[in-house]
Design a binder for this molecule. Structure first.
Ligand code: HEC
Length: 285
């Protein structure tokens, strides 16, 4: 019995630890800005201006943005495209057919993507989106000119690149390999450093590692030309992520509040039931 319990526990721990994305890149934790109205509003503004060009979010109406503190006038002035009405759905400007022709894959509807991309109980869809938005790097070998660590070979370009500014991406991989001319079974270790400069040109440096007794590792590093600008972008990415998380479940906050009241009620009810039970049995005994 105890053994079974321990097995279940071990399984749970391995499941939660496996937070890596498809590309093997460990996802960053998205800052929690679910109750920060200024963040949600900034996220909404960025989302409408940068994402709806290609994507739709067709479960969301513009007037729902009043729930995050925007007024009808603010929505009309800074969020609506010409011709749209406050009650309209957030449709994208690109049709599925055009999207497929232009990018090879149609841009998915983003209404519930923050829930769809959840990896496990501890690694949320928000973590995925936050990391995805912050791990684009220029790569001249790709059609879009961009590549991504959380989603290698993504068909989406880095649409907010001007906000982030130019960066260099360097990956350092230490691995075992079969050196040419070496005896079979005699693997050697080497370190491969691959850099993509801000223009997307790649350089590779390979160094043999003598007497290396560690294990295989992979590290990624970004170096921004303008650190302050890149940090401001990180905050923008967190805001867009918070907005998309809210959009995927606008009732989440209310649901949590109701949950607290339900727990309080159950607690109180338990107390009453317990004391009643005691007083009934007192008479019987
Ligand atoms: C130029 C068009 C374009 C714009 C603008 C754009 N996207 Fe995309 N996006 C795409 C395409 C195309 C895909 C599908 C990529 C693929 O599957 O290879 C995609 C996929 C995605 C995905 C799914 C990734 C996955 O793992 O499947 C997310 C999340 C996403 N976009 C978020 C955003 C956000 C947030 C914005 C605004 C900041 C945005 N996109 C703006 C074209 C765009």
């Amino acid at each position: 019995m105890i053994k079974k319990l321990l097995c279940a526990l071990a399984l749970m721990i391995t499941c939660t630890a496996a937070g890596a994305a498809g590309g093997g890149y460990t996802l960053d934790k998205a800052p929690d800005r679910a109750t920060n109205l200024a963040s949600l509003q900034n996220g909404a503004k960025l989302f409408v201006n940068y994402c709806l060009n290609c994507h739709g979010a067709t479960s969301m109406r513009y007037n729902k943005l009043k729930d995050i503190g925007l007024t009808d006038d603010q929505i009309k002035e800074s969020l609506l495209f010409t011709g749209d009405k406050v009650g309209d759905l957030m449709k994208g400007s690109v049709s599925v057919k055009d999207g497929k022709a232009w990018f090879g894959v149609p841009p998915p509807d983003l209404s519930v993507i923050a829930r769809a991309k959840a990896q496990s109980a501890s690694v949320t869809g928000a973590d995925y989106i936050y990391t995805y938005l912050r791990t684009f790097y220029r790569d001249t070998t790709k059609l879009t000119g961009w590549n991504n660590l959380a989603f290698p070979n993504a068909g989406m370009p880095h649409v907010m690149w001007e906000r982030q500014g130019p960066r260099t991406m360097t990956s350092v991989v230490v691995h075992e390999h079969e050196a040419p001319g070496a005896k079979a079974g005699h693997a050697a270790w080497e370190r491969v450093t691959t850099s993509y400069d801000p223009m997307g040109f790649m350089t590779v440096k390979t160094e043999p590692l003598e007497n290396y007794h560690g294990h295989a590792t992979t590290d990624y590093q970004f170096k921004a030309v303008d650190a302050a600008r890149s940090a401001a972008y990180d905050s923008d990415a967190a805001d867009v992520t918070a907005f998309m998380t809210w959009m995927s479940e606008p009732m989440a906050q209310t649901r949590k509040q109701i949950g607290v009241w339900v727990m309080l009620f159950l607690g109180l009810f338990f107390l009453v039931a317990w004391r009643l039970n005691a007083s009934y049995w007192k008479l019987v005994r």
